[in-house]
Design a binder for this molecule. Structure first.
Ligand code: BTN
Length: 321
């Protein structure tokens, strides 16, 4: 870390306490002028730093920039060793994470980007990923049979729901893994992985999460009635580092309870699919049906017009009414 990053880390660490220029200078074995220069640089980058004579400096706020020191501070209490990498621009965080996972990157590696040039959505669609959004992919290596993989994605949807709720943002979860605000999509999840045919399990799973944070002045016309962003829907301005850390903490907790399906009540109670008539497109074919429940591994249970029930494990369920 360079001196400026060290100074920022120290200010973060100090929380609501002042620290003097000479204390900082002593700690890093540099002159007070060098510290003053770092403080000015941090202010130029958008940090608000209070300065009081005889008391020193205090960090009042940091901007919505990706900052590894800040991130590490936020994740300090997690049991998982989350290893975060930031990119200002990347083709797709999922593609990069898959490459790293293939090369042996450990579970807990997280790739975060400010913008994607080739963001991917489910079912081969693209995911609009302009600058200022939140796009990240998490490498997991769950020791689970293939059939249980769907519950990891559903568990992630529940974790994102909980993290947003911590910020006073009550989303609804649309099966299988979209999050909605004011009946428009605000977050999508794409899980990809590599299957080990010998062990009949996954080598790795990459969970990609895209969240619209701010209004996008260049939002394509075809998305205008379908998607929203947190700021437009709630008036709230979220700092992306904070949200990533909150989601990772929630995910850690819910994944620890995966065998007991502890995510399921959150997933069920906040579903906007249950109780509605849906148009299902699945491997079994297409039909209209009533969404009546979820299996323990987040399969959608529907009732058909002849009264029979089916479990839908892959595909889409468009809400009709
Ligand atoms: C969907 O809604 O269809 C899923 C969207 C998933 C988008 C995220 S953004 C981060 C990660 N990288 C990608 O290329 N896609 C996922």
């Amino acid at each position: 870390m360079n001196l400026k990053d060290n100074v920022l880390a120290e200010l973060i660490h100090n929380g609501n306490n002042y620290i003097s220029g000479s204390q900082l200078a002593k700690k890093f074995n540099v002159s007070r002028t060098a510290i003053w220069k770092c403080i000015e640089q941090l202010k130029d980058e958008g940090c608000q730093i209070g300065a009081v004579t005889k008391r020193g400096y205090i960090l009042l706020s940091i901007p919505d920039l990706f900052n590894l020191n800040y991130m590490e501070t936020l994740l300090a209490n997690c049991k998982t060793k989350w290893q975060v990498q930031f990119f200002d621009e990347i083709d797709s965080t999922n593609n990069y994470a898959k490459k790293l996972a293939y090369q042996g990157a450990p579970a807990g590696t997280v790739i975060v980007a400010n913008k994607q040039t080739a963001g991917k959505g489910r079912l081969g669609k693209s995911f609009h990923s302009p600058s200022g959004g939140l796009y990240f992919s998490i490498i997991l290596r769950p020791d689970l049979p293939l059939k249980d993989m769907m519950s990891v994605t559903a568990c992630t949807a529940a974790a994102i729901h909980e993290a947003l709720l911590q910020n006073g943002i009550p989303t609804k979860i649309k099966w299988v893994n979209d999050l909605f605000l004011n009946e428009k999509k605000v977050c999508g999840i794409l899980s990809e992985g590599s299957f080990n045919a010998e062990l009949l399990s996954m080598d790795y799973l990459v969970i990609g999460i895209g969240i619209n944070i701010h209004p996008d002045p260049n939002l394509p016309d075809e998305l205008k009635n379908i998607v929203t962003d947190i700021q437009t829907a709630t008036g709230k301005v979220i700092r992306r580092c904070d949200l990533v850390a909150q989601i990772l903490a929630q995910l850690e907790e819910l994944l620890a309870g995966l065998a007991q399906h502890t995510y399921l009540p959150i997933y069920t109670e906040n579903s906007c699919t249950l109780g509605h008539r849906v148009h299902v497109k699945a491997s079994q074919g297409e039909c209209d049906a009533l969404a009546i429940g979820f299996t323990e591994d987040a399969g959608l249970i529907v009732r058909l017009s002849d009264g029979t029930q089916e479990i839908i494990r892959t595909g889409t369920a468009q809400i009709i009414d």
